[in-house]
Design a protein around this ligand. Structure first.
Ligand SMILES: [Zn+2]
Length: 393
């Protein structure tokens, strides 16, 4: 990036490199799977080798891609493999939560270089969005990056995000309705902004850089205050027509069940979310309930174990509903309360086995990702990276 590039220059420069959809696809494949050879790229895209070589030349000249020699498969010259220069741009990922705005600055591979957060005095949109501006400014100041270096800002939040506009139609956790998040932040930050449901950003991060790399159909299910879900179907993040795709948390399981934050009764979230576990166990937090269930004695321990069994039973029925619909290869359990899955797992697998069609419960891989640090913010940064390199899936 030249020092003379302003915000307009950033777009022109990216456009020169990645505006061509075929070139953008080759770049994103190299980003996700590199180092790769030209012949691998040709095989994956169906392009001939000379087209691949010609398409990639400007990206090598512009230092988006770098070549390295790797030993060939047999005799002859080393094969030149291509890798993305991860420091060519930075991206910013932001998570807006009910009490905190958190942010990270990452390289192009979503490796976190810097992080920052601000406590929120209120979830009032004006206050929360102003805090996003402060977090972005601090991330840039402390990393020595300028706005032209930034590929974009990805923002993840809980709720219904309209994909076409980046407007938050509804977020029960934040108490928001019809907040034009993308428009407001684009004006405030003077950077490209993408907004998405937070569970969808996790699915994207897993698909591009994590356990879902190379997996065509999978789901990420998050446990916590809400039960979130992001879907990758046929190698594409599925958000649905209106942005409510993958709302597993509001799968109706029991018409007489607990009231849910969405206003309905008996949703999965109302039966397996943190509030249900706390209420059933009589504990103040899921962490306390885990401790009582694992180390406690007497009635309190029985009650805590029963709370996790009940939540796991509901989760298993939810997973059966999900897997009967989309038939995934993999389900990744993540989120703040994912460490509690070990206490729910037996009952989850039992009810999944009862309700999963045609023995599917025995075949879907379930992996648990208990990582907490940078989980949501890194997901949001992946969103900015995907959009910035011209990819929609
Ligand atoms: Zn609900």
């Amino acid at each position: 990036m030249t020092s003379s590039s302003g915000p307009g220059g950033r777009h022109e420069r990216l456009a020169a490199g990645l505006a061509d959809p075929g070139r953008a696809e080759l770049f994103s494949l190299t980003l996700r799977f590199g180092p790769v050879t030209r012949s691998q790229l040709a095989a994956w895209t169906g392009l001939d080798a000379s087209t691949v070589t010609r398409s990639l030349r400007p990206l090598i000249d512009d230092d988006y891609l770098r070549e390295s020699g790797t030993p060939g498969a047999g005799r002859g010259r080393p094969v030149q493999a291509l890798s993305v220069n991860p420091g060519r741009h930075v991206a910013i990922g932001i998570k807006v939560g009910p009490s905190t705005v958190s942010g990270v600055l990452t390289d192009l591979r979503a490796t976190v270089l810097n992080r920052c957060s601000r406590a929120l005095s209120s979830t009032e949109p004006a206050i929360a969005l102003a805090a996003v501006g402060e977090v972005v400014d601090e991330l840039l100041a402390t990393s020595g990056s300028d706005r032209p270096d930034v590929l974009g800002v990805g923002v993840g939040l809980s709720g219904h995000i309209e994909p076409q506009t980046g407007t938050c139609r509804l977020s029960a956790i934040l108490g928001w309705r019809d907040v034009p998040v993308r428009r407001a932040l684009s004006d405030l930050l003077d950077l490209p902004v993408v907004v998405e449901n937070d569970a969808n950003t996790l699915a994207l991060a897993e698909h591009w850089f994590g356990r879902g790399r190379g997996v065509r159909t999978f789901a990420v299910v998050t446990l916590g205050v809400g039960i979130g879900c992001g879907l990758v179907l046929g190698d594409r993040l599925h958000t649905g027509v209106r942005g409510t795709g993958g709302e597993l948390g509001h799968l109706p399981l029991d018409p007489q069940g607990r009231w849910c934050t969405c206003g309905a009764r008996g949703c999965l979230e109302a039966m397996a979310g943190d509030a249900a576990i706390c209420e059933l166990s009589g504990c103040a937090s899921v962490t306390e309930a885990m401790d009582v269930a694992s180390n406690g004695r007497g009635d309190a321990a029985v009650r805590a174990r029963e709370a996790f069994r009940s939540a796991g039973d509901a989760l298993g029925r939810g997973l059966a509903g999900l897997c009967n619909l989309i038939d995934p290869e993999l389900v990744i359990i993540a989120g703040e309360s994912s460490p509690a899955f070990s206490l729910m797992e037996d009952s989850t697998r039992e009810s999944f086995a009862v309700h999963g069609f045609s023995g599917i419960a025995g075949e879907v891989r379930i992996e648990v990702d208990t990582a907490q640090e940078d989980l949501w913010t890194r997901g949001a940064a992946s969103l900015a990276i995907r959009a910035g390199v011209g990819q929609l899936s």
